[in-house]
Ligand binder design. Structure first.
Ligand code: GLC
Length: 740
């Protein structure tokens, strides 16, 4: 027995010793408890020149190599901002036809911005991050925060409106939510990608003031507050350098000034030059030799600017490996933050939570633009029949629009949503197309239900009018769609008008039945010549899988609308600054942002041009009264921060949410400033009869403007005004103070 014991003991010691040896042998880069920076340096030391160069450019449509020899995984990117794009073939844009990649389609980011609720942005980021994690993508190619400069940009539906403060406040929680899943958000398109026309080469001329005050803030917030792990360079040029390899935007502002420690990824096809790619701040090259949408040279990966051409320069000693190492460090940092993080969540896909998130965000973002005589919500006790009219009631909107197109697990159409909701109260619903715009949608080689209709335009119109005549309610569902020259990547709209003769149809419908609600699906402002004829107008965005259910909840009053516009609706296109000044689309080489800092409501205010519907406008089924604004001026004397407070009361019959907006006006400044600028907002929920006091602290940066004479943000002493409003044109209270 003793002998046996001795043997066991010996074996045990041997095992222990070997495991200890093994322990000490674990390379630092694999040690999950080691500091990331140590792991990076250790991995770098172990990588060959070829492995380093391979890691900084794509090997397929959406992925780049890791180092299999070292157990370092590949980096997998995926579009897009509204949901996880279907899997495509290794080297194609077309879909690979997987059966487990039908995703949750979340609302477009214009809808998220219209919630004015950072909690919704958090929920959104968490949910889409879980979907990305489940699909094993460690880089999400979104969100987009390019500023809405004019109502023709085909991609405005992917972004967060015209105001840098609102976009900054809404993008930060989204990024944080995504990255909690160990998925990198890749904020795009940095910077000045505000039109699709000539996007791949147009050179943007813009003043430093407009750059710093309007176009950069959301990216700066994304980096410094959101902690974004990746940024995508834009297609266009700035100072005659492509944004994907741009000394000013990438090396000077992003990495030197903002101290960005993440990865700069090119847009797909945004790289044009090896030398600039090496020296001007690019870290990963994707999509070269493609147009970013449909066309691509096959297996061009070795020809990438940062592939063999770069390797040859390194091997011949013409380029210093130190610069390569700096790029690789950033990529390794992203890997250790995601794929090789100490702990990793598991993600989830089209879960009940994600369905609820999609619906809640949509319901909070839908904007009630007009509601004369409180005609909405539909009163089911007085409604036997509803006529739903319009192509957008049945047309799939999750497909198309460019890289944000999705293969959704489901998409509840507006018609279906209204039918399901009406059925609960035995209300009959009839449907008429009214017009035929587009009969099918296809994207990434996937096509959807063909909604062909052989009736003549005359017949379609008459059938719609007849249906309207015999219904208690008419709900027209129109607007734009995701086809080219509408709300779609790659092209801009040519007009602000609704397509397919919708204006005429709407006017005929409201003549046939005055109880007509117009529901607009769009990511851009549209002209509304019929605005004074129709009692009710709803902007319902592109709301993804839950679009129809959320819209029905609002129309039937199950949910009280609380969204507000993230951008202005001009009456006419020429009421927009860039258009009025002929500052769009440029001459195919250059475009100059002549409206400068006067974007959106800043232009409308300063030029005294009344918008059709203002930035920050949105109605409720209840009413809110604003009390007297107070300011504690003595705080200044005591060297404390100034605060303002305003009571807001729900004086209606039902609970609701109000978005209280704070604007600042600088009475006198040494450089021109807009009439006023959004510097605060708060969304408050109030029961009927309930009153709450909203308090804002006046922070120094709220008073500053960018002085391009000294390249610094300054708040000049003098008189300032605080304006509290329910929208940019509905100012309820003002108070002024003097800044010493
Ligand atoms: C596209 C878009 C970009 C997208 C990328 C990959 O062209 O500009 O937003 O993420 O290429 O599809």
């Amino acid at each position: 027995m003793k002998h046996l014991l001795k043997n066991w003991m010996g074996a045990g010691m041997l095992l222990l010793a070997s495991s200890l040896v093994a322990q000490t042998k674990t390379p630092v880069y694999q040690n999950l408890n080691a500091p990331i920076e140590d792991r990076i340096e250790d991995a770098l030391l172990r990588m060959t020149l070829e492995e380093k160069v391979a890691m900084i450019h794509a090997q397929s449509k959406f992925c780049s190599p890791g180092v299999a020899r070292l157990g370092i995984p590949e980096n997998w990117t995926s579009d897009g901002p509204h949901g996880i794009r279907a899997e495509v073939f290794w080297d194609e844009w077309d879909q690979a036809g997987w059966t487990n990649d039908s995703c949750m389609a979340f609302p477009a980011l214009t809808c998220l911005a219209a919630t004015w609720n950072p909690e919704m942005a958090s929920l959104y980021g968490k949910s889409i991050g879980e979907e990305a994690r489940y699909r094993n993508k460690n880089i999400l190619l979104g969100p987009g925060v390019n500023i809405y400069r004019l109502p023709l940009n085909g991609r405005n539906f992917e972004y967060m409106g015209e105001d840098p403060y609102l976009a900054s406040k809404m993008v930060v929680p989204y990024i944080q939510g995504v990255q909690k899943n160990h998925v990198a958000a890749c904020v795009k398109h940095y910077a000045l990608n505000n039109q699709e026309l000539d996007r791949d080469h147009i050179n943007v001329n813009v003043s430093d003031r407009a750059l710093y005050e309007i176009y950069l803030p959301a990216f700066k917030a994304a980096v410094q507050e959101g902690g974004a792990w990746a940024i995508m360079g834009a297609y266009n040029q700035y100072k005659n350098q492509h944004s994907c390899h741009n000394q000013y935007l990438l090396n000077d502002i992003l990495k030197r000034d903002w101290k960005f420690d993440g990865v700069v990824i090119s847009d797909w096809g945004g790289v044009h030059n090896t030398n600039e790619s090496i020296h001007n701040g690019l870290d990963m090259e994707f999509g070269s030799w493609t147009n970013g949408l449909t066309w691509s040279a096959s297996n061009a990966y070795d020809n990438y600017y940062l592939a063999v051409p770069y390797l040859n320069l390194l091997r011949s000693g013409k380029e210093d490996v130190k610069i390569l190492d700096e790029k690789v460090r950033r990529v390794l940092r992203l890997i250790f933050r995601t794929n090789m993080a100490p702990t990793r969540s598991f993600g989830s896909f089209v879960s009940d939570e994600h369905r609820l998130a999609g619906r809640t965000i949509a319901e909070e973002g839908i904007v009630l633009l007009q509601n004369k005589n409180n005609v909405l919500p539909v009163d089911v006790n007085k409604t036997r029949k509803i006529a739903v009219i319009g192509e957008n009631a049945i047309k799939m909107m999750t497909i198309g629009g460019g890289s944000s197109s999705l293969k959704a697990k489901y998409e509840t159409s507006p018609l279906k949503g209204i039918q399901d909701r009406a059925a609960k109260n035995n209300v009959e619903v009839v449907y008429e197309r009214g017009y035929v715009g587009e009969t099918s949608a296809q994207q990434d080689g996937m096509s959807v239900a063909d909604i062909k209709d052989d009736r003549s335009a005359e017949q379609l119109l008459n059938d719609a009018i007849n249906a309207a005549k015999t219904a208690d309610w008419v709900i027209f569902v129109g607007g734009l769609n995701k086809h080219e020259f509408q709300d779609s990547e790659g092209n801009d709209r040519k007009t602000m008008d609704l397509p397919y003769g919708q204006d005429k149809l709407i006017s005929e419908l409201v003549k046939a039945n005055p109880k007509t609600a117009v529901v607009i699906l769009s990511g851009n402002a549209v002209s509304m010549p019929w605005v004074n004829q129709v009692p009710a107008i709803v902007e319902t965005w592109y709301n993804g899988s839950e679009a129809g259910s959320a819209l029905a909840s609002i129309l039937f009053g199950d949910v009280n609308p609380s969204g507000k516009l993230p951008f202005s609706f001009p009456v006419n296109l020429k009421d927009n600054g860039a258009i009025a000044l002929g500052a769009y689309p440029g001459d195919n080489k250059n475009v100059t942002y002549s409206e400068d800092i006067l974007v959106g409501y800043r232009w409308h205010d300063t030029k005294k041009i009344k918008p059709l519907f203002a930035f920050g406008h949105g109605l409720s089924y209840t009413q809110f009264a604003y009390g007297k604004l107070s300011i504690n001026k003595k705080a200044i004397a005591q060297g404390e921060k100034l605060t303002v407070a305003i009571p807001v009361k729900n004086i209606g019959q039902r609970a609701g949410a109000e978005i209280v907006q704070l604007y600042i006006r600088d009475e006198k400044s040494s450089l021109p400033r807009p009439e006023k600028e959004l510097k605060g907002f708060s969304k408050i929920n109030l029961q009927a009869g309930e009153e709450k006091t909203v308090t804002f602290t006046i922070e120094p940066e709220m008073l500053q403007f960018y002085d391009d004479r000294q390249g610094a943000w300054v708040a000049e002493p003098g008189k300032f005004e605080v304006l509290i409003g329910a929208s940019a044109v509905d100012i309820r209270q003002k108070v002024d103070f003097n800044l010493q």
